[in-house]
Design a protein around this ligand. Sequence first.
Ligand SMILES: [Zn+2]
Ligand SMILES: [Zn+2]
Ligand SMILES: [Zn+2]
Length: 477
Amino acid sequence: MVEDFEKGQIIVDKNVVTYHDLKYFIVELNDKFRPDNLIKYDVLLIDIKEDELVTYVVKQIRTHINPRIYMMPIFLLSTTDFHEVVTTHLTDGILPSINHLDSIEPRALDIKANIERINHPKVLSFESQMINRTLNLMYTRNKKVLNPIPYFHSGIGYYYPELSINFDHRDESGALKILEIAEQEGLFQSEFHERVYCCNNCNGSYLNYREVCPKCNSSDSISQDLVHHFPCAYVGPIEDFKNNIDDQLDCPKCNKTLRHIGVDYDKPSVLYTCNSCHHRFQDYYTKAKCITCGTENDVEHLVPFSIKKYIMTKKGENVAINGYINIEKQLESLEGTVTMAIFKVLLTYEIQRLHTQGYQSNIGYIHVQHAAAVAGVLGLEKQKALMNDLVQMLKSNLNPSDFVSFYNSSTIVFSFVNTKHKEAKEAIEEMKDLSERLLRKSFEKVHIEVRTDVIALKLGGEVESVVNSMVFPLTKM
Ligand SMILES: [Zn+2]
Ligand SMILES: [Zn+2]
Ligand SMILES: [Zn+2]
């Protein structure tokens, strides 16, 4: 039975609330929760009667395979603040009651608009998927910085909610490897935050450091002072000096009574006696026992990880929208192209050459709009073939000394060396025509737009900013 009633403009129908242009779905306790069905709604409200339900639901959504579901706006329906740190990071705010939808509507709309902007290429590798998910979640929340949060339940002690949520407790250090790849690809810049040491068997960081017997590894030992009697030079544990009658200390070697510490004796160090094997030792070993897997680690064999703060670069922002499909590896092998790193080196030389009287040089780009849709239709292999055709077409219109590279899966950058800016402008118009024709031949039904531009290199220009100023406006379109 459907109960329909109207509260002002808020229309409530069981768990579905419609207000203005948004459809909200309320997840309640005891609901048979099926994340797949959420695709029909714009915003999810979680009724926060039970913390565990909240954590469970949030995890199901944020790790869902469908991008439209893992990016959904989630608000917690609660009259009090919610303190669980990971869930707080992975949700978008708190709503005291559905009569206050106005308070979350702007944010929900903002996230929704950002989601619409994102393209989703078919991504094969696990690493690429993880990078895309993280960038997508950050971008849709206008978030630039990925801070490691200290987290008791984390396998490595620190948690990057948008990314770590995808990892099991026991292989959470995998998140750090993903971030490393993303940093190498120029999607993030990093700042050192902390170093953690992890078990060399399971990479867990929940370790119990203690002093153990060098013979049998037992941590069950007692310590006592070592006493050095000056007159006779005897050194032994304090126990050797004690008697059963009073607390006077007598030297076992010369039988004299010890008087004042510092005067006739001192305590140069501590002696340990193992309760397990009775071994006596002055220097213990420090071992780190892993609480997770039980491995007894020598401290020098612990695995160190750097915990960093990651800041999304402009390239990262571009990739957040257009998708990351491990470009370097997918497209690097295309004949006639150089990697982005080499492209930048060549560009540096090109800027140097501008010192020569009358020398002019330019760089240009071709950006295929909706390349993600293209990839989705074609699959990676065919997209690669298409990109190859595009590169060959470009090469045949450029000078042999020009260089071509992929900025990302939908943008090709290239040079017009020793060319006047006006000529480069004309040339790129022609290339735009040719590439549109080429793409139209391959896709009759998909509307594809090609954007191009060319900029003149200037003396003193920074390679990084030249490339960014050329390509970055794309992300704003
Ligand atoms: Zn372990
Ligand atoms: Zn003595
Ligand atoms: Zn022992």
